[in-house]
Design a binder for this molecule. Structure first.
Ligand code: ADP
Ligand code: MG
Length: 339
């Protein structure tokens, strides 16, 4: 008999979890993305102890059919990529069918979901990848998922978690970006009973910016809207006198997905050019829209990185669009207290 064996599903999920679930904020990101894909207009997130003891996400999206609830935790199980729709035309945030099985492999998950049929839903409990309960339960439309004791069965990973404050910082960051990417959704974030974010969900991006960076910052934002044959950009860029000491307040979204892309940031910085003091960075929220075939999101399991098929054209378009907005402003230098 040969030496090579196919890994069993349990081990395969634990390996995938190593990539998909790096820390509590990765769980928040994946579950919030699922709620967005389900068309939720309200997403409430509650975390305890930096997300290590509890992450609970409630949404009013389309819910999961009772008979699909267990299947959703299988590896590569997804409702988002069906035959006929290919990998290069992705319009949803998820598509790999990896998040739920990966999260459930390294925590204790309780899922309650209903797709609204007769007010009946399903309740599932999975611990360390093993199904413990699967029963009908009356519940309203939507999904309520709790992830408890993250990494309880992977002590090596648990050991690498930072302080509660650091983990919470990453979670807040994920929530801010999602709220900025989706002003039409009302988000809340609570940690140990304290409310850290409440976005109005009325579609007004400037109000989301105000709820995250403060009303003063929101007042210093310049609206941007431009498009050419391939690309469209909308959002806000900060006046050059409203700066930060790091790039943390620069957010770039592509087709509703928050992404990190040094090329886009560099294009933006070129547009500001000498308007910014050295080592200072603007506040900016840029929502880019393009045909899904112009961007490959299947580069990394976390989907934070993407590849653009015509990146130089995109960077030039962005730089030009931002420069046009900045140059329309009569910039009267005045001293503003830096935050
Ligand atoms: P993916 O998002 O890549 O499809 P996931 O493992 O994150 O994979 O989720 C598996 C499936 O479970 C999804 O395709 C979706 O059908 C369903 N699902 C997960 N979370 C929700 C939710 N909050 N609302 C509705 N359906 C959900
Ligand atoms: Mg998903």
């Amino acid at each position: 008999m040969g030496q090579i064996q196919i890994l069993d599903e349990h081990i395969a999920n634990q390996i995938a979890a190593g990539e998909v679930v790096e820390r509590p904020s990765s769980v928040v990101k994946e579950l919030v993305e699922n709620a967005i894909d389900a068309g939720a207009r309200r997403i409430d997130v509650t975390v305890e102890e930096g997300g290590l003891s509890l992450i609970r996400i409630t949404d009013n999206g389309s819910g999961i059919e009772p008979e699909d609830c267990e299947t959703a935790f299988y590896r590569h199980a997804t409702s988002k990529l069906s035959l006929g729709r290919d990998l290069f035309q992705i319009r949803t945030l998820g598509f790999r069918g990896e998040a739920l099985p990966s999260i459930a492999a390294v925590s204790k998950v309780e899922l309650v979901s209903s797709n609204g049929d007769h007010g009946l839903g399903r309740r599932i409990i999975i611990e360390g990848g093993s199904l413990k309960e699967n029963e009908d339960t009356p519940t309203p439309l939507g999904t309520d998922i709790s992830v408890k004791e993250l990494f309880y069965n992977t002590p090596a990973r648990l050991k690498y978690m930072k302080t509660i404050q650091t983990e919470l910082g990453h979670i807040s960051d994920v929530m801010y970006r999602q709220a900025l990417a989706h002003p039409e959704i009302a988000f809340t974030l609570r940690h140990n009973g304290n409310q850290l974010l409440q976005s109005p969900g009325n579609g007004d991006l400037l109000q989301v910016i105000a709820s995250i960076y403060g009303t003063q910052a929101a007042k210093g934002m310049l609206g941007i809207e431009a498009e050419n044959a391939d690309y469209k950009v909308e959002g806000f860029v900060g006046r050059p006198d409203l700066t930060r000491s790091n790039r943390g307040a620069i957010s770039t979204m592509v087709n509703g997905r928050y992404i990190r892309n040094p090329g886009l940031q560099a294009a933006m910085m070129r547009a500001y050019h000498t308007l910014l003091p050295i080592n200072r960075y603007p506040i900016a929220v840029l929502q880019l829209h393009m045909h899904p075939s112009l961007v490959d999101v299947n580069v990394h399991p976390s989907k934070l990185e993407v590849r653009f098929s015509k990146e130089q054209e995109l960077y030039a378009f962005l730089e030009e669009s931002i420069r046009a907005v900045l140059s329309q402003q009569v910039l009267i230098p005045h001293v503003v207290k830096q935050t």
